[in-house]
Design a protein. Structure first.
Lengths: 142, 153
């Protein structure tokens, strides 16, 4: 079954690239939502069922790390899978993000690596609750 | 300047153009591209163990191709073309800095700016300037990292 995905990045070009890459990745997609910063991202999460949030780090108003902290404070979002999509290369910062429960994919990325990161984030298990029902096992062909 | 550092910049640029823009190095084109006229540049400032800036110059035609390839569509606006080059600069910068400062170094990278070649005239190279040219099938990219601090790399 399809995954509802939120893409949070202050660059409209990067959001378009991510969405294009998602469509090439083989991941079954439901609704795709977009936000330009952490504040908008939290608003989208309040208004829509989202399975996975793809989040940039360097954004105005509220950056990705601040957004992740807010998400983790909200019990209603405890099942939300978060993937940080960033040029960040510092091992120190990446470890800090992983400790907050986020997965990480480095820019630039391929459809295959993005798809694999999503599979890893959702655990690749047979059943996964999604916005549209129960997600049965799915073979991704990359 | 250290050849290893030039290789790091070249590697970061090549992987970004290959994976985001589907554009590949064409070293055989380098001689034909020497007289290319650059239109604009992405300027990306960074701060961390040292501070500096990355400059990525491209011709107007190449900027169009970069944006079309990244977005998978044509008839793009100037803003989209500018944003695409800016994003290329952002990604190259994030990928090259660990090669210069080590994997544990923490940098803050500012949002990219798009500037004209004339506006770059005020930016002077320093003793720590790393410069490479990346010839692609579609055109030539000129890259420079200028480190403002007087350090030994």
């Amino acid at each position: 079954m399809a995954l509802n995905i939120l893409v949070v990045d202050d660059s409209s070009v990067m959001r378009s690239i991510i969405i294009k890459t998602l469509k090439l990745s083989g991941v079954p997609l439901g609704e795709i939502y977009q936000a330009g910063n952490g504040v908008e991202g939290l608003k989208m999460l309040n208004e829509n069922w989202v399975d996975i949030a793809l989040v940039d780090i360097n954004m105005p108003q509220m950056n990705g790390e601040q957004m992740i902290d807010k998400i983790r404070e909200n019990p209603e979002l405890e099942d939300l899978k978060i993937i940080v999509v960033s040029t960040e290369s510092s091992e120190t910062r990446i470890e800090n993000l992983i400790e907050k429960g986020a997965n990480f994919i480095h820019k630039p990325f391929t459809p295959e690596s993005l798809g694999q990161t999503i599979i890893n984030a959702i655990g690749g298990i047979d059943e996964q609750q999604t916005g549209t029902g129960t997600f049965q096992s799915c073979d991704f062909d990359f | 300047m250290n050849n290893k550092l030039e290789q790091e910049l070249f590697k970061a640029a090549t992987s970004t153009f290959e994976e985001f823009c589907f554009m590949f190095p064409a070293p055989e084109m380098e001689g034909e591209l020497e007289d290319i006229e650059f239109g604009k540049a992405a300027l990306v400032h960074f701060q961390g163990p040292f501070k500096g800036k990355l400059i990525v110059k491209a011709s107007e035609n190449l900027m169009t191709t970069i944006a079309e390839n990244m977005l998978g569509e044509d008839l793009l606006t100037e803003k989209q073309r500018n944003d695409a080059l800016g994003e290329v600069g952002n990604v190259i910068c994030g990928n090259v800095l660990p090669g210069l400062a080590g994997a544990k170094a923490v940098f803050n990278i500012d949002s990219p700016q798009i500037v004209t070649i004339e506006e770059l005239a005020d930016i002077q190279p320093t003793k720590n300037t790393i410069a490479v040219k990346l010839p692609l099938d579609e055109g030539l990219v000129d890259l420079k990292i200028i480190i403002d601090d007087d350090i030994e790399l």
